[in-house]
Ligand binder design. Structure first.
Ligand code: GKR
Ligand code: MG
Length: 440
């Protein structure tokens, strides 16, 4: 018997199996500051099973290095009681060491180990706990503050194409949003058409434009075209993913003052964000400069943003995200949510979290409309007036579709991708293209 077992009792459930399944899901050719999305986005699905056969699931961004670390964590997790999340966290921390905020550096997205692994294991454990006590995950986060969680339309510049086996090709039989999702969107008019089709399908009531692709003039013109098309009642945001200089951000930020509800990561780093923030009245949001608890003291000292875009995959799980919500409340930050290409398990977790957090002032981001695959039974989760209802049932309220999981794992094996690399994808279309940390 280990010390942990004697401290926490021998009678609780024990994790007896830990399954890690990398999958590849169809993703259209979306453009961003880091390049181009590949025809498949990678996710990893984790399933923990207890000795009384209760299964808990989670989904995180796919990356072979993280999958290997998940694999290495198996001996630590097998035999643990899923209720003992503090013990599980301590074991993982002792094994992997604390993530360093600096590890994220100028890389386009977060690849830190511990936050991913703990998020994967914690969400699956919360799913198990919810099933055992017959309560939804939101009740494990302090209980629901709302029944439906609002999301925002997430627009992308994109090449024509459906992604997946069609890549840059399109399916002529597609209709509605499925057809619009294939269309090219490179001009302000095409961005407006994309927004109209997405809002018509999902009922979104606010809009985010992923920028950092074209000269800021062109992207700001698209913001004004959206404003013209949707009017002042639909809040708009733009996210150039830190590619602008301080001068560019101030120039265009002033031009968009009163038109956008917030400006997301116009520039790189907390100091630059603070300089832009001082010059503008528009609030600044970030998922790039304040991305871990370690970053919070400097964020507060410098005043680098008004809104932190949390992401339970990158902040170490749902409970840690609740802690972040409290910190934001205490230190005068608003909280909203960042997203990457994802399926319904992640969406369900985001909705449970979104239903629990106190200070939900802004509609959350989601890439979900861009995905067509699904790995939960009963098909894709539905949006009503841009919101998703907290799933019914204990735990996350969604179940794994094992056939779909097997099919998407086959996609993973066949597509040959093992990590996200938008720069390489872009070079296939524009040879010589390289990522720049600051471009305009
Ligand atoms: O999926 O291309 C993308 C986005 O650019 C994503 O990777 C970002 O992390 O959504 C993100 C953001 O808000 O920065
Ligand atoms: Mg962002």
């Amino acid at each position: 018997m280990t010390l942990t077992q004697s401290l926490h009792g021998l009678n609780g459930p024990k994790i007896k199996a830990f399954h890690i399944t990398p999958i590849a899901v169809v993703d259209p050719p979306l453009l961003n500051a880091a390049g181009l999305h590949a025809p498949y986005a990678l996710r990893t699905v984790v399933e923990l099973v207890t000795d009384d056969n209760i299964s808990g699931i989670s989904e995180i961004p796919g990356n072979i290095a993280i999958d290997r670390s998940l694999e290495a964590s198996k001996p630590l997790i097998i035999g643990q009681d899923p209720f003992q999340l503090n013990t599980i966290r301590d074991l993982l921390l002792a094994h992997f060491g604390q993530d360093k905020a600096s590890e994220r550096g100028d890389t386009p997205w977060d690849q830190r180990t511990l936050v991913h692994i703990f998020s994967a294991i914690e969400v699956a454990c919360l799913d198990i706990i919810g099933k055992i006590i017959n309560r939804p995950v939101v009740d494990l986060l302090g209980g629901r503050r709302r029944d439906r969680v609002p999301f925002s339309a997430y627009l992308f510049y994109k090449f024509e194409g459906a992604g997946g086996p069609l890549a840059f090709g399109t399916d002529p039989t597609a209709t509605g949003w499925a057809a619009a999702r294939q269309a090219s969107a490179l001009t302000p008019d095409e961005i407006v058409a994309q927004a109209k089709a997405m809002c018509a399908e999902f009922g979104f009531q606010s809009i985010k434009l992923k920028g950092g692709v074209f000269d800021p003039r062109q992207e700001v013109d698209a913001v004004f075209a959206l404003r013209e098309a949707f009017g002042p009642s639909v809040p708009i945001r733009i996210d150039p993913n830190a590619l602008w200089t301080v001068e560019t951000a101030i120039q265009y930020g002033k031009e968009m003052e009163g038109v956008i509800e917030y400006l997301e990561d116009p520039v790189r780093g907390q100091e630059n964000m603070a300089a832009v923030r001082k010059a503008l009245k528009t609030p600044l949001a970030t998922n790039m400069c304040t991305t871990s608890f370690e970053d919070i003291p400097r964020s507060y000292l410098l005043g680098s943003e008004d809104i932190i875009l949390s992401d339970h995959h990158f902040w170490g799980g749902l409970q840690a995200s609740m802690t972040l919500a409290d910190i934001c409340r205490i230190f005068g930050r608003d909280l909203s949510m960042h997203s990457n290409s994802h399926l319904g398990i992640s969406l369900a977790a985001m909705v449970h979290l979104g239903a629990a957090i106190p200070n939900l002032t802004y509609a959350l981001d989601t890439h979900y409309p861009w995905q067509s695959d699904e790995i939960i039974t009963g098909g894709r989760l539905t949006f009503e007036d841009g919101g998703v209802a907290v799933p019914e049932g204990p735990g996350l309220g969604v179940e794994l579709d094992r056939e779909a999981l097997a099919r998407l794992h086959e996609n993973y094996l066949a597509c040959g991708l093992t990590k996200r690399d938008d720069e390489t994808e872009m070079q296939k279309v524009q040879p010589g293209w390289t990522f720049k940390a600051t471009r305009w």
